[in-house]
Design a protein around this ligand. Structure first.
Ligand SMILES: C[S@@+](CC[C@H](N)C(=O)[O-])C[C@H]1O[C@@H](n2cnc3c(N)ncnc32)[C@H](O)[C@@H]1O
Length: 290
């Protein structure tokens, strides 16, 4: 973790960002393409509320909104390390990213990946290497094996944008007042306060019925976790938080959130090699307000 990040003297002076913030990592399930459908569903007066996002990922809604007060968290410690460095000392990442960008090719990708998977890499280099791997790996996937080693193969990009100092600076400014935590969503039971706006964007329930029936989920977030999440949603509803949640439009989710407001949005499907399965898919947005 980048606990020492704030203590570092920036290598380049912090400047004002020259463009609007946007996600700095490609993230599976990222909400970038449906923001215009989510924004009208935000609660009235949201500008005055603390923005809480417990499944932060790429943070598309956060970066669009640029809230003044925020608590953002994710269970992935490497991703959280990246955001801590980006918030506290983005310029410390730049020399590492410069070197990685200069040496990048398909072979060096695998050398960098091997080094990343060995112990001993310091926190700032680790954060920069995470960004590098994210920008150059296949489809921006994040997948680790049983030993916790990142094992996604190289992607095929002509000119991946590995170093983007303006993007880092803009994200840093947006995160400057945010509290960042590495924790599972249950942590909100302790930290969410009445009047907070909480946006939940968990790993989705699987769309296939057989998968639903067995509770098995490829993303490791099975039916038991969806039920636990609904229980947290109910507790925070009673606490007086404003809640919004995205998930797939399947009977399990409609059943779990029965009694709350449920809208649908049309989202582009994840990349699918079967042309028939491309196009739009319906997702639900659950809210405890109208
Ligand atoms: C669908 S992604 C969020 C996408 C994000 N809204 C965006 O726009 O990029 C889900 C995120 O939940 C995180 N996650 C998975 N299980 C979790 C858990 N039990 N508690 C908290 N976060 C979890 C994953 O690491 C991942 O970043």
């Amino acid at each position: 973790m980048a606990t020492s990040a704030a203590l570092l003297t920036p290598i380049i002076p912090q400047q004002a960002p020259t463009r609007a913030p946007a996600p700095i990592v490609k993230w599976v399930g990222g909400k970038g393409r449906i923001l215009s459908q989510l924004e009208p569903l935000l609660p009235a007066g949201v500008e005055m509320m603390r923005h809480v996002e417990p499944f932060f990922g790429g943070g598309a809604l956060f970066f669009r909104r640029q809230p003044l007060r925020a608590l953002v968290s994710d269970i992935n410690p490497e991703l959280v390390n990246v955001y801590e460095w980006v918030r506290d000392a983005p310029s410390a990442l730049v020399p590492h990213l410069q070197a990685l960008a200069k040496g990048h090719n398909q072979e060096s990708y695998y050398e960098v990946r091997t080094r990343y998977n060995q112990p001993g890499m310091k926190s700032a280099e680790r954060a920069a290497t995470f960004i590098y791997l994210n920008k150059t790996c296949f489809n921006g996937l994040h997948r680790v094996n049983r030993r916790g080693e990142f094992n996604v193969p190289a992607g095929r990009y002509k000119n991946p944008k590995i170093l983007d100092p303006e993007g880092l600076l803009a994200a840093s400014a947006a995160l400057s007042q945010a509290e960042i935590r590495q924790q599972g969503f249950e942590g909100l039971l302790e930290s969410a306060r009445p009047g907070d706006f909480v946006y939940f964007d968990p790993p989705y329930a699987p769309v296939s019925d057989t998968a639903n029936f067995t509770g098995y989920a490829k993303n490791g977030f099975g039916t038991d976790m969806q039920v636990k999440l609904r229980d947290v949603f109910r507790v925070l509803d009673r606490r007086g938080c404003k809640l919004m949640l995205s998930n797939s439009d399947v009977p399990l989710i409609r059943e779990l959130y029965r009694g709350f407001t449920i809208d649908t949005v049309a989202a582009p499907r994840a990349i699918n090699c079967n042309a028939k399965r491309r196009g739009k898919v319906s997702e639900v947005v659950v809210r405890n307000y109208r």
